[in-house]
Design a protein around this ligand. Sequence first.
Ligand SMILES: Nc1ncnc2c1ncn2[C@@H]1O[C@H](COP(=O)(O)OP(=O)(O)OP(=O)(O)O)[C@@H](O)[C@H]1O
Ligand SMILES: [Mg+2]
Length: 357
Amino acid sequence: MSLFGNKQPQMLGLDISSTCVKLLEISKNKGKYRIDSYAVEPLPANAVVEKTIQGEEGVEAAGEAVKRAVKRSGSKTKLACLAVPSSAAITKEISMPADLTEDQIEAQIQLEAEQYIPYPADEVYMDFLVLGPNAKNPETVDVLIAASRDENVGARTGAVRPAGLTPKEVGVEAYAIEDAFKLLSHQVPDYGVDKTVAIVDIGATMTSLNVLHDGKLAYTREQPFGGKQLTEEIMRRYGLSFEDAGRVKKEGGLPENYEPEVLTPFKETMSQQVGRFLQFYYSATEQEHVDHIILAGGCANIPNIADIVEHNLGITTSIADPFAHVEIDKRVAQNRLMNDATALLIACGLALRSVDE
Ligand SMILES: Nc1ncnc2c1ncn2[C@@H]1O[C@H](COP(=O)(O)OP(=O)(O)OP(=O)(O)O)[C@@H](O)[C@H]1O
Ligand SMILES: [Mg+2]
C-alpha cells in the first residue's frame, strides 16, 4: 500500500464519508476520461462521525455499505484506493540529497521519522513522494512525507476487505481533491494556470478548504460545518424525522416559510463560512487573494449558492462540475451520477489514481 503511489492498475476510488460510501471507477481512453462504474450507498447514522469511523460497529456498517456499493456498481475490479481525512494526516516537506535511490530515501525517512512525525513509529502508517529537484539547491530533492495513525488507516482498510476488495492505496483527502482538479480546470480562468483556486467541499458534517496554486495544493483546512445543520433545523421546525427532513430538503415540499426563514439564513451562513475559511488561508500564508472559488460537496446543490458567495465575497464562484467532459459508460445511472457530481470529488481523485501517472 502507499499513500501516494505512481501509475497503478485499475482501482475503485472509495470515499467513506459521514453519510455514505461513494464508489467511482474511471479509465482513460484515447485521452478522454470515462466513468466505468459508480454507486453511492447510505451509511447508518453514527457509523461515521465527522469523518471518523466509529469503532468495530462503524467498521462493520461501513463494510456492509461497501459490499452493497460494489454489488450495485457491477464492477469486477478488486483493488481499491481510499483516503484518510486531511485532519487525520500529517504532511511535511523535507529535502534530501538528490543522489539517493527511492529505497535509500525510504530508509532515511524511517530512521528520522520521529523528527517529522509526532507519533510513535510503530503506530503510524507513513508514505512519501519525491516531488522533484529543490528550486534553490539542485543537489537536493524535495520529498513530501505523509503519515496517519494506524487506527485511521486500519478502520478504512477493514471496511473494504469484507467486500472482497484489496486496499491498494490510502491517500489523503486534500490530495485526492488536488488530483480531481484535472476534471475541474475547464471551469476555471486559464484552466488554473498560474491561478489560485479555492475548492470548498461542504459535506454533511465537515467542510474542507483546499487552495490550489497552479493546480498544486498550497493549503488545506477542515472544520465541522455542513448540511446536517440545515437538516436538523428542518426537523425542529417541521417536526420531521432525520430521513424525511433530508429528503424534503432535496426534493422540496416544505411550507412557504421554509425559503425565507430557514433556507435563506442557511445560505448566508454558508457564504460566511466560506469567507471565514478564506481568512484562515490568508492569515496562514500571508496571501491576499484567490482568483476563483469552486463550491463542492452535497451543499453545493443548494440553489443560487454560487451567486450568493460570489456576490458576498467578490470572487467569481462556480459549482464543481467534474463530469462535463467525460464519457459515461451505459451501465452507469447517469442521472444519479450528475445529481451527486458535486459530492464526488474525493472519489474522483482516488479513482484517477488508476489512470494518471
Ligand atoms: N439538492 C440538495 N439540496 C440541499 N442539500 C443537499 C442537496 N443534495 C445534497 N445535500 C446535502 O449535502 C449533504 C451531503 O453532502 P456530501 O455527500 O458531500 O456529504 P458527505 O461527504 O457524506 O459528508 P462529510 O464530507 O461531512 O463526511 C447532506 O447534508 C445533504 O442533505
Ligand atoms: Mg465529503
